[in-house]
Design a binder for this molecule. Sequence first.
Ligand code: FAD
Ligand code: NA7
Length: 551
Amino acid sequence: MGAVNNELHEAAAGGTELDAIVIGAGFGGLYMLHKLRDEQGLKVRGFDKASDVGGTWYWNRYPGALSDSESFVYCYSFNKDLLQDWNFTTRYLTQPQILAYLEHVADRLDLRRDITFNTGVVSAHFDETRNLWIVRTDKGEQLTARFLVTALGLLSVTNIPEIKGRETFKGEQYHSGNWPKSISYDGKRVAVIGTGSTGTQIITAIAPLVKHLTVFQRSPQYTVPVGNGPVTPEYVAEKKRNYDAIWKHVRRSMVAMGFEESTVPTMSVSEEERQAIFQKAWDFGGGFRYAFETFNDIITDEAANHAAAEFIRGKIAEIVKDPETARKLTPHDYYAKRPLCDSGYYATFNRDNVTLVDVKATPIAEITPKGIRTADGVEHEVDMIIFATGFDAVDGNYKKIDIRGRGGRSIAEHWRDGASSHVAIGVAGFPNMFMIMGPNGPFANLPPAIEAQVEFVADTIAHVEANGLATIEPTQQAEDAWTEVCRDVADKTLLPRAESWIFGANIPGKVHRVLFYLGGLGAYLQELEAVKAAGYRGFVFRGEKPAVAAE
Ligand code: FAD
Ligand code: NA7
């Protein structure tokens, strides 16, 4: 209590009083700032550690970085003029294209003037006597605000595995999620550790640029061609004409990717027809299309999953010339991680300058000054090590901020048994704190999911303001119930049978529990609507708006 009192005195002495603080300037934070500032007239300030807007697309500048949501749905829908004016030219968007888009949005809505860049929020403490959040930054600034929105990013905290000797390496080291603006690969021997979505993109993109590439693979991957390429002006015009129908469809769908999801069970068609459907999806491209446009049960039915996996295994055998390399590249587990797609991943291993090391057979023993030594004693000498080893997903950034709610209880303590939320937005005991893509949000194409959450939060804040209330927060019961819903939905799929970041399984020591609502965007949006329609079911309101209102 003493600490809070001190903070209060400091806040009164020098802190800035705001209506809302928005942490993060990616898709979520930018829209949130616009909504609260421009539509609701609140006094809002945004923060980001980055030097500019973009979030994911600011940090992940690695070669080959590409969305695997198609261009026409990987954007905001809230502003019709913006939708009509934005011209995409390819079926998918590269990192520079998405970053340029978000920069354009920030310019157009004049958002940067209210964002403090190069500044991390280090703590956020709720002061129960004044019903305010006291927020501190790594620049020593302290501010107060009634509402706190955490748009911290779900794939944002880099995971660099503890490997003995890493600090002794004399060459360059990079993690995909904190990539410098320019790197030269010319004449270099490069190691890539990790073969997830990111690793497969990097490997395929840099193989032709480097002298030699050594890939350290822990798990072989199922991946299908992405099918990227230019789109015609007619294609773009057609999407723009139909956007109302497109978004309506997206918001009712499961993965929100803008295609018709199949209603056909895999085993309901003949073997010949099944192969033809998989082949068509392979030829057209797209990981989510392969998993959800072909049949309706690939992630729920064992036989269906096996058929989809077997088709990909057949492709690896066809594509990869060296049988031993093909064997190492071939997965035999469930096809039950995030569906991957690539621009020629398997064929990359036919190149003379690419070597595959199976680190399950020969684990990485240590990093040496010259490279990576595996357990068989071989020292793979390299000039650069690239960690494509993923993220401490979803709650990673929450653990980096000292967030304290009622009674000074920290969010780390609250999430001791695993991250949780009520409908991915609120946490019990953390009043007036709203998350964008918090734990147990929808697993789907994210811009429409993020938009829906931002709009829910904005409406909720408007409701609190309009009714002269002090706080809103979920009940513990509602939070527990949503956690259970998410677990039950996940258990109906095959996804828990694969070790992936969707369950926190990639981080040693992290609680193994689903971090998403796997029931689809459509069902999630219905739930949000139902919560609101029932007078914010599962949330409680308290007290009266603080007497000292923000100016
Ligand atoms: P982010 O874009 O991650 O932004 C969060 C921001 O918060 C960051 O800039 C970070 O610096 C800032 N921040 C965090 N903590 C603090 C702090 N304490 N203080 C100050 N600032 C802080 N999604 C799809 O739907 N389709 C795709 O194809 C797709 N491809 C992806 C590819 C890659 C390589 C990655 C990493 C992710 C991809 N995603 C994709 C997910 C992507 O993260 C989301 O689509 C979206 O960009 C998330 O936006 P956001 O605003 O929620 O978070
Ligand atoms: P992922 O999907 O978590 O992939 C990380 C990869 O790194 C994966 O192949 C891991 O192997 C591998 N890894 C992790 N730790 C190690 C160690 N210690 N040694 C060897 N290999 C390791 O992250 P991505 O960045 O590819 O993708 C995450 C999401 O971000 C993705 O869906 C996109 O949306 C963007 P494993 O499979 O665990 O055996």
